[in-house]
Design a protein around this ligand. Sequence first.
Ligand code: MIG
Length: 680
Amino acid sequence: MIRKYTFGTPFPTGAVVQSLEAAAGEVPFFETGREGEKVIFRRTMTPEEMIFGLGENVRGMNKRGHLYRAWNTDMFNHSENQPSLYASHNFLIFFRPGQVFGVYFDDPGLVTFDLGESHGTEAVITSENGNLDVYLLEGHSARAIAREFRQLTGGSYTPPRWAFGYIQSRWGYAGEEAVRAVVENHRQRHIPLDGVCLDIDYMVDYKNFSWKPEFFPDWKAFNGEMKERHIRLIPIIDAGIKQEEGYAPYDSGKARDVFCKKEDGSDFIASVWPGMCAFPDFLNPEAREWFGDLYQPLLEEGIEGFWNDMNEPALFFTEDSLREGFAKAEYQRQHLDDYEGMWALGNVFSGMANNPADYRRFYHQTPQGKICHDQVHNIYGAGMTHATAEGIRRYQPDRRYLLFSRSSFIGAHRDGGVWQGDNFSWWSHIKMAMQMMPGLNMSGFLFSGCDLGGFGMDTTEDLLARFLQLGVFTPLMRNHSALHTRDQEIYRFDSWEGMRDTVTVRYALLPYLYSEFMKAALRDEMYFRPLAFDYPQDGRACRVEDQLMLGEDCMIAPVYEPNAVGRYVYLPEDMLMIRFRSGQDYDLEPLEKSDHYIALGLHEFPLFVKKGRFALLCGGGECTEELDDTRLTALGWVEGPAQYELYRDDGVSVNPQLEEGLTTLQLQGEAGKYVWQIDR
Ligand code: MIG
């Protein structure tokens, strides 16, 4: 059951698709208070209570004990103290024996979630602006509530099947020669590959929708050449539009008057990669239409995927913030004794990017009227995703597209996926990436993954190997790294063959993982879940922070520590362990419900399949088009009859229908046998 409570005058965020009448009375399970404009929700928690959700954020799956702030931020330092990353996903499930409920704070502005940081037994959630809808969701289980939430907010985006292939990316690929070499190196070594991302390097002066002629003299021909090799180019698009007369997107944006405005009605201009930029007003439908149209030339040339960046929006500085900085510097010059002012001055300049004052300096022209950006900050990135998705759907209404964004808000899960942003080449970030997945899934973002190998800092061979082993199971499997960091493509490393073999596991599992993903998306389920969602009665399982349930029947337990030769795994029920070395090479071991130490060499990693169920491998291939799923190998600990509903489709048509895609595969199990061949 879902109930809605309204406070103040909420701005429509686009998150919710069901229209509900606002209920009278207080939000159950909370005490509501007011302080000026703020609305504050307090809840006293029992010691055993857990909190799941908040989507893209640091720390554990159980979010209790920390303070988070919904405020989309270009935060490249994902240390465990960070209160905000790039997205706001204000949906939580409170979970304790005998009581589970979900709550969603539909508020586009700043919301603070003090989940037991100030007081261990108290959750205090504060809406700064006090204009919001609160949705209270009740159901018999966390899974049911997560499903209910998807019904409230709409079904998840489904990418084309090729998007489940391995994607290589790097900030710094200088032109088609570099990209060709990357592809060549994968193909020669038989490292499967389906796509290469183009980072901002491909543009002229980082201007969206431009191609640097010295890097890509004939990008259309090059794109064609890549497609023949079954490689999709996936260009990046940033939010800012360079303020430059004669640059077509700027001129047309000016002509249609679609940029965010300052108080005085002039365009708001801030620095980002291209230099001084105007910012499309993604809250204005006309601006979205104009922006979506800019993708048309790329679509016409057969580009099928995009990643949208810098859409929090990230701002390096504005003339206003710079002027204020200089005024403070001038004050300092005249007050040499004020050493505290000197420290403050340092902070003014180092904190100039993305500063709150700049977000108060501009306005949106929305169907609801003019509104200051800081009131609606968290839906800007979702607006960009929506503009892109609408544009693509206008020009190719019958094909699915790949789209993943850095910033997001609930609602954008209907239009695209997200990647987890700028992680580091740190061991702790493998675990963090895994822990973020179920929260994202709860909020509808099923298509996601992290920068495998780590974005910032230099990766190491063993770290990349272990990152990839997690990536085998994440819907987006992309290796990405920052400019000036160590080269991070698989073939750069001595043990590249081991990592290639890891990628072959992805391709062998791909029809199965695709099936699990599509079933989850079309049934409003989560693809990844905390064990707590599946085994709420098992106190041990509820506290597991480093394993995930995957799809209907599986569990993963990645290695995330250096020099590890194995790890402990808790099995909440009997399962078959598949210890993978490659898509063709693995060993199988039935393991009983309990704790197990699993030996795992550097290029070995496990998948666990519930007893009585089975997973499927195909013969593999070097790109998704090559996969042959007519002969499948079933792996399971099955002693009687068992069946699996395999979802298949053409991988590109829009509005995929579950019933049309399902085929039932059956097998007759027997004790001691774990492998079957199935001709579909
Ligand atoms: O300020 O385009 O998160 O993936 O490589 C950095 C350059 C801008 C941030 C993205 C990252 C991308 C980088 N971008």
